[in-house]
Design a protein around this ligand. Structure first.
Ligand SMILES: C[S@@+](CC[C@H](N)C(=O)[O-])C[C@H]1O[C@@H](n2cnc3c(N)ncnc32)[C@H](O)[C@@H]1O
Length: 257
């Protein structure tokens, strides 16, 4: 899928806050090797490098567009084009960090153990994933894509919710961990402007659907989706839109040596 860095960073304050909440819970003083998986435009990677300025930090992403912006904005950090599913670095990490990326990958039952295997003893895997797949913002998209009008063009893009519940991650990870910290937060995001939730999803969940359409279909699908969103997320009295967004956080530390 082609990402649009400019659209993604439109809501950078809201997207940054969970990354900072995740960062605040990492129980490491001076990790020397850090990987940021699905680093995107590198905003969060650069915070990691400011926080641990002695560390060797590599940002990895499968999007050339996102990495191009990362390289331009943060030339001192190492950026690599790569698929998280095939992550197998020559040097294992003290910290593998991933903010808002692993929900793009399926098969978490094999992905998470594979990532833990790339850590040194005492190393930490720190992950934040949106857990909003049954919220109206996403459900409306999937429901619309499966209506008779759109199913032939878009039906195949609807995938089962990729993120499991907290108990599922705990049961899988606790036997491999020395310490585990796992929590969920719903952020009541206050968005400004017209069609605010549509603008939000345009930067993420809606992208693959629009990319699969051509010509007038793009505007037609977007208009139908926007109308559904306005019903579920009406403007508040001051004109803003409240968009509740749940996120799942996992911080796993391996035993030392
Ligand atoms: C929502 S953005 C998050 C970017 C960044 N972590 C942040 O917090 O701003 C998700 C990123 O994950 C990347 N991504 C998705 N699937 C990937 C994969 N299989 N391998 C590498 N990167 C992937 C996308 O290209 C995108 O840049």
């Amino acid at each position: 899928m082609v990402w649009n860095p400019e659209q993604y960073i439109l809501f950078s304050d809201h997207r940054l806050r969970p990354a900072l909440d995740l960062l605040s819970q990492i129980p490491l003083i001076a990790p020397s090797v850090i990987y940021d998986l699905g680093c995107g435009t590198g905003n969060v990677t650069s915070l990691l490098s400011q926080h641990w300025n002695e560390a060797i930090i590599t940002g990895i992403d499968s999007s050339r567009e996102m990495l191009e912006k990362a390289r331009k904005d943060h030339p001192s950090i190492e950026w690599k084009l790569g698929d998280i599913a095939k992550f197998s670095p020559t040097s294992k990490g003290n910290l593998i960090f991933s903010n808002a990326a692993l929900h793009w990958l399926d098969h978490h039952e094999t992905l998470f153990p594979k990532l833990l295997a790339q850590l040194r003893p005492g190393g930490v895997l720190a992950v934040q994933m949106p857990n909003n797949f049954t919220a109206p913002s996403h459900q409306n998209l999937y429901d619309l894509a499966q209506t008779p009008e759109w199913i032939d063009k878009l039906g195949s893009l609807v995938r089962p919710a990729p993120v499991h519940n907290i108990n599922w991650y705990f049961d899988m990870l606790a036997p491999m961990a020395d310490k585990i910290n796992i929590w969920e937060t719903t952020y009541f995001q206050i968005l400004k402007g017209k069609d605010a939730v549509l603008e939000w999803t345009r930067g993420t969940a809606l992208r693959p659907f629009l990319q699969a359409l051509e010509g007038d279909d793009v505007a037609a699908f977007e208009a139908q989706y926007a109308a559904r969103l306005l019903e579920d997320y009406p403007a508040r009295q001051d004109g803003s839109t409240l968009y509740p967004f749940s996120r799942l956080f996992i911080v796993v530390q391996l035993a030392d040596g």
